[in-house]
Ligand binder design. Structure first.
Ligand SMILES: *Cc1c(COP(=O)(O)O)cnc(C)c1O
Length: 383
């Protein structure tokens, strides 16, 4: 029997109508504990830090969408990344992409180094640079593709092969693509994580994170960490993501269609000095994008030329909202240097090629004509 299609899984995997009432949606089980008939006799739930009947269907659904062994949800994307790192021990070394979500190096450098973990950063477009950064103590390679906000890609199949040759695991932050457009486990990665706050939830109304495991051993580790550390996702947030993920397929198709239209519009706009979008033929890794992803998504970065010009655009937008975050139905526009990548510092940003003039769009699913008109009038505000 062939596996059901993506949207069928998104709507049904792990989710059965409620046996007591027939409710088609998984209820929010707002309970901390569960009654037991006698010592050790219960219905599989004992305490909600360990497991909860709103969380279980979500974890089964997300595992199915990423073709993983299991998935484990956490209170935020950062908590999910922390859980991945908590499987390591003092003295272990990690190679991280040099161009990732700003919060990731902040966690690594300012928190986890104090516990004896060690980190190196490499441009993951270049496998030789990754290999040069690997040491005998390297246990994990952690990457994003496409990267935030420069939309650089890394070849996941080749990177997985390289990582395994050095007896390390490859973890991929798949937040930008969602499992609808990219499934790293199928390309050989060992772990996938998402900030579910973004496309998976899709409605900018709840935070969350997920780690998708590929083996039973990893699953055991993450269940133990959920129980022992306690950074789990609340039943209400689990419900929001279950609700959001049902429309992931249709949303991603529209995000992608709008993203392509917007990128084509901005690419030839006289006020745009450079554009970063893997769906454009001039993107240096366009061929890899076509091979590794089944769509190009909604994340576009443009170069306006200076901080002042970026601010002129950001002040002038009317339909797009100036805000951090991404992946919701509404178009968000942001300034990476002062927002998501502020923690890197000017020097850190310069090192990865992130300028003060860059503006990042998360193209929503509004009518594209309105978005184009809005960006056109906002770019016209550049003096
Ligand atoms: C937002 C984001 C995170 C962090 O997730 P939170 O849910 O905000 O904790 C990690 N990686 C990427 C790519 C993100 O966009």
């Amino acid at each position: 029997m062939s596996l059901p299609g993506f949207s069928t899984l998104a709507i049904h995997a792990g989710q059965k109508p409620d046996p007591t009432t027939g409710a088609v949606n998984v209820p929010i089980y707002a309970t901390s504990t569960y009654v037991q008939e006698e010592i050790g006799v219960h219905k599989g739930y004992e305490y909600s830090r360990v497991s909860n009947p709103t969380r279980t269907p979500l974890e089964e659904c997300l595992a199915a969408l990423e073709r993983g062994h299991s998935s484990h949800v956490f209170a935020s994307g950062m908590a999910a990344i922390q859980a991945i790192l908590m499987r390591l021990s003092a003295g272990d070394h990690v190679v991280c992409g040099s161009n990732v979500y700003g919060g990731t190096p902040r966690l690594f450098n300012q928190v986890l180094t104090r516990f004896g973990l060690r980190f190196s950063y490499a441009d993951t477009r270049d496998l030789a640079m990754v290999e040069a950064a690997i040491t005998p103590a390297t246990k994990l390679v952690f990457v994003e593709t496409p990267t935030n906000p420069l939309m650089e890609l890394c070849d996941l199949r080749a990177l997985a092969e390289l990582t395994h040759r050095h007896d390390a695991e490859l973890a991929v932050d798949n937040t930008f693509m969602s499992p609808y457009f990219q499934r790293p486990l199928e390309l050989g990665a060992d772990l996938v994580m998402h900030s579910t706050t973004k496309f998976l939830n899709g409605h900018s109304d709840g935070l969350g994170g997920v780690v998708v495991a590929s083996t039973a051993k990893q699953a055991e580790d993450f269940r133990f960490l959920q129980k022992s550390v306690g950074a789990i996702l609340s039943p209400f947030e689990c419900f929001l993501i279950l609700r959001g993920v049902k429309t992931l397929g249709v949303r991603m198709r529209q995000h992608d269609a709008n993203g392509r239209r917007m990128a084509a519009f901005l690419a030839v706009h006289p006020k745009v000095k450079a554009i970063y979008y893997p769906g454009l033929p001039q993107h240096p890794q366009h061929e890899l994008a076509k091979r590794q992803m089944s769509g190009f998504g909604a994340m576009i970065t443009i170069e306006t030329g200076s901080l002042e010009r970026a601010n002129q655009v950001l002040r002038a937008v009317r339909v797009c909202s100036l805000a951090e975050s991404l992946g919701g139905v509404e178009t968000l526009i942001s300034h990476p240097a002062s927002m998501t990548h502020a923690a890197l510092g000017a020097e850190g940003r310069a090192k990865i090629g992130l300028t003060d003039g860059m503006v990042r769009l998360s193209v929503g699913i509004e009518d594209i004509e309105d978005l184009e008109r809005d960006m056109d009038q906002a770019l016209a505000a550049i003096k």
